[in-house]
Every structure is written in C-alpha cells, then in structure tokens.
Design a protein around this ligand. Structure first.
Ligand code: URP
Ligand code: ZN
Ligand code: ZN
Ligand code: ZN
Length: 466
C-alpha cells in the first residue's frame, strides 16, 4: 500500500486546529503527528506533499445534490460523471444524492434506476437518500429493507402537488415507520397546495416573470409547513431534517423546536446566504437562473440564516445542486415562471463560498469544517469514514490555499451548466490538492481522477441525534 505524507500544513477539523503532518496509508489516514515526530515517516513514504502555508481539511460532504434529476420534462444537466468531477474540483469528496421513487412504482425501482445512473461514473464516493413520492403499504415495508442497505434517509415533499407531494397522513405514516427503523426524515417544507393557488392567480393576472416565483412561494408558507412537519415528527416520535431552509420565519420554527430539545435539524444552502430576490428580478428573463425552491428571499433573511449557522439552529450547509442550463432548459419557463425547472448549480462552489464567510468573519474555520464536512457526515451516518481527518478515517483530504484569490465564473467552472450563479464573485481561498481515499484526484489545476473510482457508500443511521 502506498504511503503519503502531507507535511507542514494547518490541520483543521470541526474541533481542532493543529500544526501537524498527516500520514496516509493506502486509502486511509494512518496517523497525525507533530512535525518533529512525523519526521521519521519521511524515509518510508512514497509521496511527500508539501502543505506549508496551506490548510489541511477533510474533503467536503455535500448531503444534498441532484445529478441528472428529472424535473418538468427535462433533466438536471450534470450527470454523475460531470457533477462528481466538479465536486472534486471544488474540494467535495462525498455527495449524497437523491434517488426517486417513481409515482406508481416502488422505492426499490427508484433505487435500482439511480444505482444504474451512478455506477461506474463517479469521481468521488457517493450515497443515496430516497425521495418518497408515493407512500403506500409496499413503500413503507421497503423503507426497512432500504435502511438495511444503507439508504437511511427519506425525503418527502409538502410542495409540488401532483408530482412529489405527500399529504400529511402519508407523511405521518412514513415518519412512524422511520421512528421504528431509525431512518431520518428529510422534509421539503413549503405549503404546496396554497402556493399552487397563488401561482394560478399570478399567471391569470399576467405576472409571468421569474420574480413572481419568489412572491408566490411566500415565507409564511415555508414557516407554516416547517411548523407542521415539526409537529408531525413529534407525534410520530421521529427525528426531522428540514432541507433548504431560506425564510427567517422557518428558522424561527426550527429554533423553537431545538430550544425544546427536539431532534429537529435544519440545512441551508449557499444560494440563500449569498443571493437574494434581486437576482430573481434580473431583467431579460435572467432571473430564471435563480429559480429554485424554496426560493431566494429578500436580503434581510440572511442575517437570521447566519445567526442560526453560528448557534447550530441550522446545522448543515449543502448545495441542493440541481443545474439546468439557461439557454435550453430554464427557457422552458419563458412566459410562465411555474414551468422554469427549479434548481441552482453550486456543488463546485460551496467550500469556497463558506471559506469566504470565514474571511468575512461570519463563521470561524472550525465551524466552516463542521457545517461543510463533519456534521453532514454524522447527520447521514458516514462517521467514522467521512467528514474528519483522524486515524482510520478515509483519506479524503483537501489542501486549501487560504490566501489565493480567484473569481467564480462559468468560464472556468467544471459543472456542466452554462452559467454560474455567483458569476464574478471574488473569493479569497482556493482548493489546491484533493485526495479521495488516498488518491490525488485534483492537483494544482489538473484533474487526475477518473470516472468510476468513486464507490457507493452504504450509510449508517443518523449519528447526530440529541
Ligand atoms: O429547486 C430545487 N430545490 N430543486 C431541487 C429539488 C428540491 O426540491 O430539492
Ligand atoms: Zn426540495
Ligand atoms: Zn433538493
Ligand atoms: Zn445545456
């Protein structure tokens, strides 16, 4: 087995910052030691990587992506091949993507289909959540077998009636099953029935531009659904993870639940931290680039999101990476905002954007790692392998240059989409070298990985419960 030493960097995990050297043996971290002690390893090493002046951090864990997801008659433009390669470029070495139960079909069929899409394609390790879009007796039984296979989290939608929507009874029933089998329920919390009324009214009144997407998906309809999801999870006695939280009023619901000691967790995404309704209102239909659900909010919501990220009322930042090209896909909704495919690209940009937040003093370095690596790993049952640098963990390691300057742009990104939502944004900090299970896959602007080296991760149940 090949031995690599990463020398001279500042090793940052969710709990420590230490000047230390890291010994990688094969696919795993073998040891971390003070440089004077690590000196003795050098003669045995096959490769010595100089990390002086750099951070040595765990590879990012993005717990929310949608590679080649079907939506509104089209597919998210990143495949598992292109999307995981872009993730690696951006310092993310694990994704958890969403397999989808087809309506009228079983979760098993959905899982088989997603395995077929991802198998042999991924540059980095990957797991699956399961989207339940048709909760019946069969699906409930299958939840148990899926949990045993490492699909330990299930997303349901209070939004998108007629597509992914589950009513409260189905949600409660699935939560009861989760209380039994240890699964984590992930909720898209927006009152989709009420939103659809507002959509129809807006369209009837000729309000068809992308910015109306933000207006009809009212923050109170996110808060209401979040509240309802929390109460249903309490009745079922099951933990709850609310995805893509964007409204201050929804954060307040999660904060209250957590103050009461409940196993309720919230996730937000870079788009809600760095973009606003002003982007949705860009002229010439450009706002379509910023259509996602929950929607971007007025800037004043962001202070609450940052506060909650500091207090752990929001515990995870993932991307909800769901790219659709502006030219041939977002176009489907010209003249009717409700037909714009929902989603924003970002899997490559998350680690950098959160580092920018460190530079700006919004969070500290350990919290950066906690939000982007350690907590998602524990939330989704990937410890001890992922999310930290420790003996026995997978050697998923990023060597990060904290002072390099670069500009986010579609010209230079690796995501398979024709725009970057953060186009022109100046970032301090940059990924230099990425190791995935001990193998260098990105180094100094060169991709050295390959499709198919990423492995499926059978996950444990949530390791983050109170
Ligand atoms: O707009 C979004 N978020 N698209 C992806 C699907 C979802 O609801 O997460
Ligand atoms: Zn969602
Ligand atoms: Zn999503
Ligand atoms: Zn395209």
């Amino acid at each position: 087995m090949s031995k690599t030493i990463i020398r001279g960097g500042l090793v940052i995990t969710a709990t420590e910052e230490t000047r230390a050297d890291v010994l990688v043996d094969g696919e795993q971290v073998a040891a971390i030691a003070a440089p004077a002690i690590a000196e003795q390893w050098v003669s045995n090493a096959d490769t010595v990587i100089d990390a002086s002046g750099h951070y040595v951090i765990p590879g990012g864990v993005d717990g929310h992506t949608h590679m080649q997801m079907p939506f509104g008659g089209t597919f998210a433009s990143d495949t598992f091949e292109t999307g995981t390669r872009a993730a690696a470029w951006g310092g993310t070495t694990t994704i958890v993507d969403f397999a989808i139960q087809p309506v009228g079909g079983s979760p098993r069929e959905g899982l088989d289909a997603w395995h077929a899409k991802a198998d042999g394609q991924c540059a980095i390790d990957y797991g699956f959540h399961m989207i339940l879009s048709d909760v019946g007796e069969e699906a409930l039984k299958e939840m148990d077998t899926l949990v045993a296979e490492g699909i330990t989290s299930f997303k349901m939608f209070m939004a998108y009636p007629g597509v992914f929507y589950s009513d409260d009874g189905r949600i409660l029933r699935a939560m009861q099953q989760a209380a039994d089998n240890g699964a984590l329920t992930m909720m898209h919390a927006e009152n989709g029935i009420a939103i659809d009324v507002l959509v129809q009214q807006a369209l009837a009144a000729g309000r068809t531009d992308p910015r109306f997407h933000g207006q009809v998906r009212h923050p109170l309809l996110e808060a209401e659904a979040t509240h309802r999801a929390i109460q249903l999870s309490r009745v079922a006695g099951a933990p709850l993870y609310v995805v893509h939280v964007s409204a201050a009023e929804a954060v307040a619901e999660i904060t209250r639940a957590r103050d009461n000691g409940l196993n309720v967790f919230g996730e937000t995404c870079p788009q809600y931290l760095f973009l606003t309704v002003d982007d949705l209102a860009r002229p010439e239909f450009e706002g379509a680039k910023y259509v996602c659900s929950t929607p971007l909010r007025p800037a004043e919501h962001q202070a609450d999101l940052w506060r909650a990220l500091r207090t752990n009322d929001l515990s995870v930042v993932s991307t909800d990476h769901c790219p659709f090209c502006f030219k041939d896909q977002k176009e489907l909704g010209r003249g009717d905002f409700s037909k714009i495919p929902n989603g924003i690209p970002g899997v490559e940009n998350r680690i950098d954007l959160l580092h920018q937040a460190v530079v700006e003093g919004r969070i500290n370095r350990r919290r950066w790692i906690e939000l982007a690596c350690a907590t998602p790993a524990r939330m989704f049952g990937l410890q001890p392998r992922k999310g930290t640098i420790a003996p026995g963990a997978d050697a998923d390691i990023v060597i990060y240059d904290p002072s390099a300057q670069h500009v986010l742009s579609a010209e230079t990104h690796h995501m398979n989409v024709d725009y970057n939502a953060y186009e022109g944004k100046q970032i301090t900090g940059r990924v230099r070298t990425v190791l995935s299970r001990g193998e260098v896959v990105v180094d100094d602007g060169t991709y050295t990985g390959r499709a198919g080296r990423g492995r499926f991760l059978a996950r444990d149940t949530c390791q983050y419960l109170i």
